[in-house]
Design a protein around this ligand. Structure first.
Ligand SMILES: Cc1cc2nc3c(=O)[nH]c(=O)nc-3n(C[C@H](O)[C@H](O)[C@H](O)COP(=O)(O)O)c2cc1C
Length: 202
């Protein structure tokens, strides 16, 4: 592990995040890239659910989903989102909080990720009207069977409503747990091309 000196935090928080992602991957978590995605709907009601981080660089954090889902509808109404990672296993107790504005990932990025998925996942993504009511599991399976027959012998095309979103890195907080609640926190606020950095009380 590469401990951060919270009194002299690293200059680049994105690089610090990548380092924590790598360390979490090496620790055998089932889904080290799982993150809570919080969105806010048009009435101001927040909503949260888990999605998987599939890309991360200075432009932002990328996940893929059905853009007609509840989260897609919420992001159309309000383009702000928050992401939360949490890893808790000795010796690591950490969170990363990211806040920013959401934009659509490009068609090329969405195609590249879609094409990397197993055929079964592609078919099931097509079969599911994510977040809409469905009568039964049998109804889902019937749709899966219908699409499996429809696309037999050829690639499953990415539906137009399925793709990526990118959350910009406007605010990044690194949190590391310590004994008796003397936790370490540092927050980075985007300021022009750089960052305002502050240590926060736990
Ligand atoms: C570990 C885990 C990973 C998930 N990854 C994704 C994902 O990458 N994309 C996605 O759309 N849903 C993913 N889901 C399902 C979402 O949590 C959620 O049920 C779904 O996206 C519908 O959310 P919505 O109705 O708020 O739009 C995942 C769930 C879990 C538990």
């Amino acid at each position: 592990m590469n401990p951060i000196d919270f009194d002299h935090p690293p200059a680049d928080p994105a690089e610090a995040c990548r380092s924590w992602f790598r360390e979490s991957e090496s620790m055998g978590f089932a889904n080290p890239n799982a993150m809570t995605l919080a969105t806010v709907d048009a009435s101001g009601q927040p909503h949260a659910r888990i999605v998987l981080l599939r890309g991360f660089d200075a432009r932002g954090a990328v996940f893929f989903t059905n853009r007609e889902s509840d989260k897609g509808v919420q992001l159309r109404a309000n383009d702000r989102a928050a992401l939360l990672f949490h890893w808790d296993r000795e010796p690591i107790g950490r969170q990363i909080r990211i806040e920013g504005r959401v934009t659509l990932a490009s068609d090329a990025e969405s195609d590249a990720y879609w094409n990397s998925r197993p055929r079964e996942s592609q078919i099931n993504a097509c079969a599911s009207q994510q977040s809409r009511p469905v009568a039964s599991r049998a109804a889902l399976q019937a749709e899966q069977d219908r699409l499996t027959a429809q696309f037999a012998g050829r690639p499953v095309p990415r539906p137009a409503h399925w793709g990526g979103y990118r959350v910009s890195l406007d605010r990044i907080e690194l949190w590391q747990g310590d004994k008796y609640r003397l936790h370490d926190r540092v927050v980075y606020l985007r300021s022009g091309s750089g960052w305002n950095v502050q240590r926060l009380s736990p």
